[in-house]
Design a protein around this ligand. Structure first.
Ligand code: GLA
Length: 411
């Protein structure tokens, strides 16, 4: 098996637009679209499995994006083609879309139109062509980038005016999350859609998922430029299978909800770091196997680590965040139990080869890890990880450079 690192390059906006314009014209009789829109995948720097627990997350947007060429229709029909699934064109009438009524990849798209209509917006049907360089199934939010690209496209052609302001983008996030939860049937928490729609170039986004916050309070830009400290953010797609519409993610959510009920709280954010031991003592009689204890300990300590990460970055101390990343990984591995052999191998190998911090990113159970690496050591770390995978008989991982990039927009 080859151990030469494989790099996944992002497309230029012009290159992405050219692809979807060509696909659109081939699929829809030589016609031209009304425009081209895009939305990025994301990595989460820290703050994992905290979004559905009213906690903190800190994502950045990838330069890898999903592109959409779209033209509005007046008959309420949605017709979709994708370069990723060339043999699966997708069609539905918007008036037929409701929870349980549609399936397949188009449900993520039609779900966005459905959710915007449910929020009171006038949404027309459309023809659209999709292509993406966000790796699919890699835990880098290819689904959220698909939803978000359509959210900004529909916002534009139907003149909803939401994408123009951050508060409006928070409304688009809600529509995308409803699409994913209620139409596509994946019980995700809002981190991915927020990142794809609200991130900005050169910045991370501090998300606070406490209920009742305004858009401004729920998402604050945090300048994040590892290059000022001579570092690069490296993403490693383990290529280990990863699925969100499966039982494990739902089981983690259910344990958190059970702990919330037993403690008589609204959410786990109400437990402060100082109150953690008391909360765990209260849970103990109901927790013979220790599962609730471990899950709650991860969630409470992870939001605390995220706050400390932001504090360091805000004081220009990017090089000092490494131990927080590595502690986050250990907590996800040991307490939340969502890591896997491949993710642990990336983290251990990257740290041994010179990374200042490394952790799994996203939901886990496969997917991707991130490493913060001194610029001069990037090749060495990539080589070491590739070799470790080859030695373990695992399929080759893929590497992505991940400078903090722009959120969804038009080309
Ligand atoms: C997935 C979900 C997110 C979030 C992360 C874990 O990416 O889609 O909502 O819960 O897992 O932090």
């Amino acid at each position: 098996m080859s151990s030469t690192p494989q790099w996944l390059e992002s497309w230029t906006p012009a290159g992405g637009a050219r692809r979807v314009r060509t696909l659109f014209s081939q699929a829809f009789d030589g016609d031209t679209p009304d425009g081209v829109w895009f939305a990025p995948g994301r990595v989460n720097l820290i703050g994992e499995h905290t979004d559905y627990n009213a906690g903190l997350c800190l994502p950045t947007a990838l330069p890898h994006r999903t592109y959409v060429a779209l033209r509005a229709r007046e008959d309420g029909v949605v017709r979709l083609v994708s370069a990723q699934t060339p043999h699966e064109p997708w069609e539905a009438k918007l008036s037929d879309v409701e929870p349980g009524s549609v399936s397949g990849w188009g449900s993520y798209v039609a779900g966005v139109a459905w959710a915007l209509a449910a929020a009171g917006h006038e949404v027309r049907g459309f023809d659209a062509a999709v292509d993406s360089c966000v790796p699919f199934g890699a835990g880098l939010s290819s689904s959220a980038s698909l939803e978000a690209a359509f959210a900004v496209a529909v916002d534009d052609v139907d003149e909803l005016g939401l994408a123009a302001t951050d508060a409006g983008r928070a409304d688009l996030v809600d529509a995308c999350r409803r699409a994913e939860n209620e139409i596509a049937g994946a019980p995700t928490g809002g981190l991915d859609q927020s990142a794809s729609l609200r991130c900005a170039e050169g910045q991370a986004l501090l998300l606070d998922f406490r209920p009742g916050l305004s858009a401004v309070e729920s998402g604050r830009p945090v300048p994040f430029d590892p290059s000022t400290a001579g570092l690069e953010l490296l993403v490693i797609d383990t290529r280990a299978p990863h699925a969100l519409v499966d039982g494990q993610y739902g089981a983690r959510r259910a344990s958190c909800e059970q702990a919330v009920d037993l403690l008589g709280l609204e959410n786990l954010r109400e437990i402060t770091p100082d109150g953690l031991e008391a909360a765990l003592a209260e849970l103990a009689p109901h927790d013979a196997d220790g599962i609730l204890t471990r899950r709650v300990r991860h969630v409470v300590t992870e939001t605390e680590r995220t706050a400390r990460f932001v504090d360091l970055v805000s004081r220009g101390l990017v090089a000092e965040v490494g131990p927080l990343m590595t502690a986050s990984h250990a907590s996800l591995r040991d307490d939340y139990e969502v890591s896997c052999r491949e993710l642990d191998l990336v983290v251990d190998t990257a740290m041994a080869a010179g990374a200042v911090g490394a952790r799994m990113t996203g939901g886990g159970f496969g997917g991707s890890a991130i490493a913060l690496v001194p610029r001069d050591d990037v090749e060495r770390v990539a080589n070491a990880v590739s070799r470790a995978f080859a030695d373990a008989g695992l399929p080759s991982p893929a590497f992505l450079a991940a400078p903090p990039s722009a959120g969804a927009g038009s080309v």
